[in-house]
Write a protein that binds this ligand. Structure first.
Ligand code: FES
Length: 119
């Protein structure tokens, strides 16, 4: 998969095609941010996609239990697989668990031409 890094011609590739992210779904993608490869969580709500670093503010662990496999609560919260911190998916704020009140680090993404891009 393209990962948002620079192509040899200097153009930037999309993170993924929008059709690969179902409405209400979460997906993990790799992207290069400031020269470092990072894992991101993308969440789609209709035509809007939000992105965060796949790093829990509690102890810095990945949120997924296996790459791209995220736990969700009955209420639709994103639940960190390590110690159960629960995040709402509007702003990425932890609303229950060991880092309540802290937030995931947002990564700006946008939908363009049927794909999700950094920026
Ligand atoms: S690292 Fe996520 S809850 Fe502890």
């Amino acid at each position: 998969m393209r990962d948002g890094s620079q192509d040899s011609d200097g153009s930037t590739a999309p993170l993924l095609a929008l059709e690969r992210l179902p409405d209400g779904g979460l997906v993990e993608v790799e992207a290069v941010l400031d020269g470092d490869a990072e894992s991101l969580v993308l969440f789609r709500e209709g035509d809007v996609v939000r992105g965060w670093l796949n790093i829990c503010p509690h102890a810095g662990r990945r949120l997924d239990w296996s790459p791209g496999q995220f736990l969700r609560s009955k209420e639709g919260l994103l639940v960190c697989a390590a110690h159960g911190a629960s995040f709402e998916l509007d702003r990425g704020e932890c609303v229950a668990g060991p880092c309540r009140g802290e937030s995931l680090r947002e990564v700006k993404v946008q939908v363009r031409h049927g794909a999700v891009w950094l920026g």
